[in-house]
Design a protein around this ligand. Structure first.
Ligand code: FAD
Ligand code: DLZ
Ligand code: SF4
Length: 507
């Protein structure tokens, strides 16, 4: 007999390791362990979600006839690590080896590869592109632009295809998306589930053991099994998808979710299958229930971006997370852990992260990510923060988004230019600035929006690297036209802001 490892983000009936195993002879191993729960200080909601979903998945496997050895976090024999649990269980059962599906993190891949037990790793077939598919696509290309990879994924899956042409004649309908914040949102947000007995038990455990971690454990409303996650999806397809594209980039003080799917955590943990989700979205389009711009935009995020960032993570290797192309070394400021700030956009984005373990893409990219990049924060610390605070965060998807897309620390593998903006962009896409202590219109002076000051500070300090970038020429021309006194004032005020932030002053 062999052991079959199922990790906390591998909760799928179609997992390659389960398909390969012999239900009558093999033993499934699942374990809640300190190493996984503490490699970064995860948000308590993320830990509770993982443990609750793991426990329910183990029960489901048992009901299907599997033998499951499940270690709970507080079990006295718990060795505290995945490898420790496998070694212990292998001895207990005199197992001939361990079969597992490739984990989504180099750290875990390396640990499993180093075990004194025979192991057999299988590809994770829950993704559309294999590592080989991605490498074949990437080979010989000067630039790895997502858009071209995405077209291949459309062809491979047949999603939104009209023969060999894209549905509607265009591959990408982004032009119709990205409208500013609406006055009213007519979708009530994600489906919320009342904790059942199994979830309540986990909440008690997590409340006890992870009380120090950043983030509110309750109210806890996530789906914790595939049945619930499918109900959540159906609810969103009906109410959220039709306007998903239009308001994908908008942000509002009083609405944390707008038309977003809040589905990343369920797909990444294995409760929902990405292809099934996309097929359901396509069905909504074919039935006339959602427009093409929304459905194409949504499908692109999943078979395009999600697959693409995974390809980059595995292609670039374990050192990717240590990259720091811009030499940024400032410490992550306390505002990221909820300290007082006068910047309303930061307070709102971090605040909802604390409550929900969720912020949407533009809050992650253009508020917290943009600020860290402009302020020159050490990308490794930024990476650890994102990995810790979001319920959907696993390194294979988080690191390329943070190190690459958001912080430009990979020197432009993912982004062709840094995602930076002054306060103007945030003002255009949100209602944050209207209730901020700073004035977005002010470029200098005591009330000037810090994003305005830091934007020029960033461009000025990285002139050698970016002035020649054709997509940034305009930015430098505007800066160069500014009179010298004004430039000096901007740089002085930006430096003063950074200095006060580093001293721990609420800025
Ligand atoms: P929606 O906006 O409704 O989008 C639907 C789905 O598309 C998402 O659930 C996700 O599966 C996929 N998707 C969209 N954009 C991306 C992307 N850039 N990369 C990969 N998948 C994408 N996503 C994660 O799943 N885990 C992370 O740890 C993570 N960290 C991020 C960090 C930064 C700095 C940035 C800029 C983005 C990050 N993303 C991450 C991508 C994206 O922000 C989240 O997938 C999305 O906000 C999740 O919310 P949602 O389910 O409501 O997504
Ligand atoms: C995120 C997470 C947490 C919090 N806890 C566990 C755990 O106790 N046991 C487990 O098997 N998996 C957990 N996970 C998910 C893993 O961290 C994830 O499988 C790896 O990071 C690989 O993606
Ligand atoms: Fe953010 Fe600046 Fe707007 Fe305030 S004024 S909310 S700091 S962008």
């Amino acid at each position: 007999m062999r052991l079959v490892l199922v990790l906390g983000d591998q909760l799928s009936s179609g997992l390659s390791a389960l398909l390969k195993a012999d239900k009558a002879a093999d033993v499934v191993v699942m374990a809640e362990v300190a190493d996984e729960a503490a490699y970064v200080p995860h948000h308590p909601k993320k830990i509770a979600f993982t443990f609750a979903a793991m426990r329910k998945f183990a029960e489901k496997l048992r009901a299907e006839g599997w033998t499951v050895c499940y270690t709970k976090f507080d079990d006295p024999e718990n060795t505290g690590s995945i490898t420790g649990e496998l070694i212990r269980r292998a001895a207990e059962h005199d197992a001939a080896g361990v079969v597992y599906t490739e984990p989504g993190e180099w750290r875990v891949i390396e640990a499993l590869g180093d075990m004194p037990v025979k192991t057999h790793s299988l590809p994770d077939t829950r993704f559309i592109a294999t590592h080989q598919d991605f490498d074949d696509w990437a080979e010989g290309r000067k630039q790895l632009r997502m858009e071209y990879f995405y077209r291949d994924m459309r062809r491979k899956t047949g999603l939104l295809m009209d023969g060999d042409k894209p549905e509607g004649g265009k591959w990408n309908y982004d032009h119709d998306n990205r409208k500013p914040a609406p006055d009213q949102v007519d979708f009530g947000g994600p489906m919320q589930f009342t904790p059942d007995e199994a979830v309540a038990e986990v909440l008690e455990l997590v409340g006890d053991r992870f009380a120090e971690n950043f983030g509110d454990l309750e109210p806890f409303w996530f789906a914790t099994d595939t049945g619930q996650a499918r109900q959540h999806l159906a609810h969103w397809l009906k109410g959220g998808l039709p306007k998903f594209g239009d308001f994908q980039d908008a942000m509002l003080n009083d609405n944390r979710f707008l038309y977003h799917a809040i589905i990343g955590l369920y797909i990444n943990a294995g409760l929902l299958d990405p292809l099934e989700v996309c097929q359901k979205a396509e069905e909504a389009y074919r039935d006339g229930d959602a427009p093409l711009n929304a459905v194409e935009g949504f499908i692109r995020q999943i078979i395009g971006w999600r697959e693409y960032v995974r390809g980059i993570y595995f292609r670039e290797g374990p050192e990717y997370v240590t990259r720091n192309a811009l030499g940024h070394d400032r410490k992550l400021p306390a505002v990221y852990w909820g300290a007082e700030t006068k910047m309303n956009c930061m307070a709102k984005s971090v605040g909802q992260t604390k409550v929900e373990a969720y912020a949407h893409h533009i809050q992650r990219l253009m508020v917290t990510g943009n600020f860290a990049l402009l302020a020159g924060i050490d990308p490794a610390q930024v990476h650890e923060w994102y990995l810790a605070v979001y319920a959907d965060a696993y390194e294979w998807v988080e690191a390329p988004n943070v190190i690459g897309m958001s912080q430009f620390a990979d020197d432009g593998i993912i982004a062709s230019k840094p995602y930076i903006s002054s306060g103007n962009y945030i003002h255009k896409m949100s209602d944050y600035c209207g209730s901020c202590a700073y004035r977005v219109q002010d470029k200098t002076g005591k009330d000037a929006c810090p994003f305005n000051l830091l934007y020029w500070h960033f461009l000025d300090r990285h002139r050698n690297r970016f002035a020649g970038n054709p997509r940034m020429g305009n930015m430098y021309r505007v800066w160069d036209r500014m009179d010298e006194d004004r430039k000096a004032t901007v740089l002085e005020e930006a430096a003063d802001f950074l200095n006060r932030m580093e001293q721990g002053e609420p800025v």
